[in-house]
Design a protein around this ligand. Structure first.
Ligand code: ZN
Length: 225
């Protein structure tokens, strides 16, 4: 428990970062969020993040990162690029995104006296994004500390969890229903259970079904087995 310390959560309003927000709120005295506006296809994503921050009583700073789209056009920001996953990087990949986001988050965090940065990156379900890997996060942590002469600690509570375990973590914090109903993961901009068709919805649903089946098995007969 680090109840006297401040933390900043990199926050998109999706399942992963909302689970991280609950995780941070259990551990730190003060939690703020930072959301990056990089011209996402769906402005609803930013609105959704703002709504969650408000409901959870945490401050949200929205930073304009529209330059990212200028540098790296991709399917999340450009309606003329199809979302496709196949050979090579998915078209949703944004080159260097976590490097940039975490660096800006660190500048903001130091400014408010927060050492702790929380991000929902995950190596388990990762689609080949190099800046979701644990080795990258550890390397960046050292770099940020040197760059700003400040003892940042980057926390990645989801790094080794699969989607079903991320749902389990939310459930352990009594936040499963909230995360299920209030977050936006769907590439088609539909909140909660989403469109059911896009890769993000499929991954999210497969994880939820797997976890709920496991939970049912564990609580059969009203006891943990
Ligand atoms: Zn969807």
């Amino acid at each position: 428990m680090l109840k006297d310390e401040k933390a900043v959560v990199v926050f998109s309003g999706g399942q992963d970062s909302t689970t991280c927000l609950f995780w941070a709120k259990e551990r730190f005295a003060e939690v703020q969020t930072v959301t990056f506006d990089y011209g996402q296809r769906h402005k609803l994503e930013i609105e959704c993040a703002a709504q969650i921050a408000k409901e959870q009583g945490v401050k949200q700073t929205v930073l304009d990162m529209s330059l990212l789209n200028q540098l790296a056009p991709n399917a999340l920001t450009r309606s003329d690029i199809e979302i496709a996953e196949g050979e090579g990087m998915p078209t949703t990949f944004v080159e260097g995104r976590n490097l940039l986001f975490l660096s800006f988050a660190a500048v903001l965090a130091k400014g408010i006296g927060a050492k702790h940065l929380i991000t929902g990156v995950c190596e388990t379900d990762f689609s080949g994004y190099p800046d979701c890997r644990d080795s990258f996060i550890k390397s960046l942590n050292v770099t940020l500390n040197l760059a700003m002469d400040y003892p940042f600690v980057i926390h990645t509570p989801l790094m080794w969890l699969d989607k079903s375990e991320t749902w389990e973590l939310a459930d352990q914090m009594n936040a499963l229903e909230y995360v299920r109903d209030h977050t936006l993961t769907c590439y088609n901009g539909i909140k909660g259970d989403g469109c059911g068709e896009c890769p993000a919805c499929k991954l999210r649903k497969a994880g939820l079904d797997k976890y709920l089946q496991r939970r049912n098995r564990m609580t059969e007969g009203g006891r943990l087995v």
